[in-house]
Design a protein around this ligand. Sequence first.
Ligand code: CP
Ligand code: NVA
Length: 313
Amino acid sequence: MQAISKALKGRDFISIHDYTAEEIKLVLETGAQLKKENKDGIAHHHLQGKTLGMIFQKSSTRTRVAFEVGMYQLGGHALFLSPRDIQLGRGESIKDTAQVLARMLDGIMIRTFEHEEVLELAKWADIPIINGLTDLLHPTQIIGDMMTIKEHKGTLKGLKCVFIGDGNNVAHSLLFGGAKVGMDIIIACPPGFEPSAEILTLARQDAQQTGAKLSVMTDPQEAVRDADIIYTDVWASMGQEDEAEEKEAQFLRYQVNQQLMSLAKKDAIVLHCLPAKRGKEITDEVMDGPQSVVFDEAENRLHAHKAIMALVM
Ligand code: CP
Ligand code: NVA
């Protein structure tokens, strides 16, 4: 397959910001091609004989299954490393863990709390490190999401994508993703829950190249006007469960419901990275409704992850 170039071999996949617009385009195109060929029954064993270690310090359904199945479909093997079982959970350092795993594996996917842990792992392991979510970023999610938007809208450039809710890890990676592909991103969040100013500044630097407009506002109704994509996520992310109840009152008007949807474009699509708290950030009516593409979005994690692994490993 021509798209599996040598260009990205050996690279870490920690943030979309680390990649050029052309490289992100290559990842998206590779994902779309691998998906099509998978549907056509064409198998690719790009990673035959290779092993991916998967460290999960937080729960996961989609990310874990997509990486594990993706690795299998590419002819390789994936190893689930639970902190309950590996010595990292008993205090062995990331530095030592990285150096040991790098001698045996061909790549590591890690989902953890502090983003710095991923950077530390990458510093000490001379094999590709893939960020499977941190408190700061969720880059593999946004690759699958942009594939989904492209499938449904035919393009990414010039679209208006409105993220409603908490300025969290998904919002941050969406800002980076939009900036790379020229898609406008509006984050509508309650005061005090804005995305990081540092991320916004970096994303705006990237956006200068593509013309994407990135903005943050508090009024969800104003934000969704003329939106092509409405995106939401939980109000309390993993690790913030204690804050969930307290946050709820501030987030009530940020629910994606039919009334809010009626203010967007008629053909707007709805994304949610999942898992969803139905009845909180999104209603059943919207999530199960005709504009929702959330399960296509979940499926595309598989193809997105295959593309990332095939390109960097
Ligand atoms: N969207 C996502 O990353 O889902 P999981 O937490 O189930 O992996
Ligand atoms: N923002 C959510 C995304 C889950 C995939 C979290 O971090 O829990």
